[in-house]
Design a binder for this molecule. Structure first.
Ligand SMILES: Nc1ncnc2c1ncn2[C@@H]1O[C@H](COP(=O)(O)OP(=O)(O)OP(=O)(O)O)[C@@H](O)[C@H]1O
Ligand SMILES: [Mg+2]
Length: 204
């Protein structure tokens, strides 16, 4: 019986998460793993509908946090938990660290409220590995501006992203056993080499 692992990709908008997601999935498939790739907010039919609302509607910050966790509850129930029980590997583009970083760090919602929601929604589930793609804001901004129109979060000001990035880094030092911080200013092939080593380590 194989045991699947849960890998999350984190970082501010434009940090490089999506760029490296399929690369890591392919590395794992080459090691004969069954890999489920998913994302938050989203990952289910309900979750994707909530994503549209979350990325485009203005709302109270507590409503935003509650909807994030509502989408996550469904995501865990329908996708993440069943996959891990089957022994599959799960890669999610964002998970709960993002809610702490954006709604907690960026929007300043009290951490105790987020801790309570996390305890309610997934008291026992944590990622086995969290890859934090870290870049200065101006680098992320320049990459985003070059590619597409910006959603509600991407239109936030620099101080929002500074606080979001700081909260991500604070969590990385709080949970060093599962976080790997990747300097995402490096060239893509350099990052891929590092990802190869990290994946080999977690599948040892
Ligand atoms: N190391 C890198 N060097 C140069 N460009 C990069 C690097 N990583 C990503 N990019 C480019 O930056 C842009 C944003 O990357 P990507 O979409 O992967 O970010 P993201 O973290 O998924 O952002 P979002 O949170 O908005 O989905 C893309 O155009 C991508 O090609
Ligand atoms: Mg992305």
């Amino acid at each position: 019986m194989t045991t699947g692992k849960f890998i999350t990709f984190e970082g501010i908008d434009g940090a490089g998460k999506s760029t490296h997601l399929s690369f890591v999935a392919e590395l794992l498939r080459a090691r004969n793993k069954t890999v489920v790739v998913t994302r938050e907010p989203g990952g289910t039919s309900l979750g994707e509908q909530l994503r549209e609302i979350l990325l485009h509607e203005k709302m109270h910050l507590e409503t935003e946090a509650l909807l994030m966790f509502a989408a996550r509850r469904e995501h865990i129930a329908q996708v993440i938990a069943p996959a891990l029980e089957r022994g599959d590997w799960v890669i999610s583009d964002r998970f709960t660290d993002a809610t702490f970083a954006y709604q907690g760090g960026g929007r300043k919602l009290e951490r105790a409220k987020l801790d309570a929601l996390e305890q309610w929604v997934h008291p026992h589930l944590q990622p086995d590995l969290t890859l934090l793609f870290d870049v200065p804001l101006d680098v992320a901004r320049a990459r985003l501006d070059a590619t597409r129109t910006l959603d509600k979060f991407e239109q936030e000001k620099a101080d929002f992203f500074a606080a979001t990035r700081a909260e991500y880094l604070r969590r990385a030092s709080e949970f060093p056993q599962r976080f790997h911080v990747i300097d995402s200013t490096q060239a893509i092939p350099t990052i891929q080499q590092q990802l190869r080593a990290i994946v080999a380590g977690i599948d040892a």
